[in-house]
Design a protein around this ligand. Sequence first.
Ligand code: CAA
Length: 240
Amino acid sequence: MARVAVVTGGTRGIGRAICQQLKSDGFSVVANYGGNDEAAQQCADELGIEVRKFDVGDHDAVLAGCAAITSDIGEVDIVVNNAGITRDGTLHKMSYDDWHEVMRINLGGCFNMAKACFPGMRERGWGRIVNIGSINGQAGQYGQVNYAAAKSGIHGFTKALAQEGARSGVTVNAIAPGYIDTDMVAAVPEPVLEKIVAKIPVGRLGQAEEIARGVGFLCSEEAGFVTGSTMSINGGQHMY
Ligand code: CAA
């Protein structure tokens, strides 16, 4: 029976490309999403995968959502923590809510999903967790103290949990995407984005599929010796 993979924020952008990759790699894929029912339905129809709506920042909702996936589809062997939001603004304009929502969803979501799925992976002796960090968690970014802190936290979370899973066949890794051609990046004001792209050595935005291929590798059998690592996929913008 195919292993079950859950991708949070999996119905659009990078998450959707990850779902497509993992499906073509032979996994039974479930895309979680938070709000956009129309995009979720389209994703389900086009990719032929299950979609499940729950808020990854809500601990109880995640436990219930993952329990339902387990009983309806099977034990979760792979989690890709991809769900994330931006609430950009310089610190003096950033509200507490902008700070808290980004921490709750982007970093809290990783904790909640791990609480729901990591114990079972350990018991069964196999698992893969891939957390989607960011170049901006590695290098910082003007106007993103909330997002950079949450993404930086993801990198620490990854290295700590990797140590806890290593003896049980559960690998935990991160991917740090650079600027990828998604709705999230399209929301950056054009003159600002132009300046950012000008600093990318490869000379263009990345494609979601280029992140997805990295996730596919980290979820494979062959990647069993890779744990606690961060794969930077950023066109050379930050060499970490
Ligand atoms: N470094 C130094 N100064 C900067 C700067 C930078 N990187 N960016 C802007 N400034 C300066 C501007 O030049 C401007 O100064 P002047 O008035 O002297 O010209 C001043 O800061 C204010 O800039 P804005 O007019 O842009 O201010 P704003 O309040 O309208 O907007 C902002 C601020 C929301 C942070 C906006 O600059 C912005 O959206 N920046 C992009 C942030 C970003 O990169 N977000 C990434 C989103 S995608 C993502 O996060 C995915 C991922 O993982 C990569």
